[in-house]
Design a protein around this ligand. Sequence first.
Ligand code: C5P
Length: 238
Amino acid sequence: MTFKNKNALFCALDMRSIDQAVTFTSSIKDYIDGIKIGMEAFYSMGIDGYLRLQDLNIPIFLDLKLHDIPNTVKSAIKSLIPLNPFMINVHISGGAEMLRAAVGAIHESKESKPKLVGVTILTSMNEYSFEEQGMKLNVQDQVINLATLAADCGLDGVVCSPYEAGKVKSKCGKDFLTVVPGIRLDKTESDDQKRTLTPYEAVRNGADILVVGRPLTKANDPLEVAKIIRKNIDGYAN
Ligand code: C5P
């Protein structure tokens, strides 16, 4: 990774207006390492919005969480590669064959080769959500199982909660990327996230890329919050 900071901070741009997203990104650009464009932003702004954000010259994590049969995922990735994202993702629960097809699409690319990470268990889920689905494993064990599968299939890393990043690193190797949402400066304001920690704690636990959305996008003074998060990260990283 070639970020200006040792531990990267990506802002989740969960918003619908292109102008708002461009203005917002420009205002905090010096304090972040990249932006994450997820379903809300991509489905409403489309490729035009994506390209306007790309003009800001900042790495883009295109977070579309692909999950389908192997051939469909492979074709979808081939369609995304020309957009030149820094990183894309799939749901690991799509299975080994799907993961290998996704990796294959990137290997076969003669254009750019985005990093490919796999979503383990959403940070909005906890043991109760597992029980609801009749799952017998605990969340941590399942995250590690999925991360191991992703590593075996050749993915570059996983999306996991700050609680599991360290275990993922020790199981899958220090170069296996940990992309970590569920970051909160104040744990009492977790929104729909259930497995949250502070930026400092996340980095201490092995997070490489921190993904922060609402604490920045809903802040009265996003620039000030971005500076606080950066300081909080560097409190450990330096
Ligand atoms: O607003 P907040 O900081 O909770 O945003 C977190 C972002 O990370 C959201 O865009 C969400 O879609 C994404 N995400 C997540 N948990 C995952 C994968 C992605 O929260 N496991």
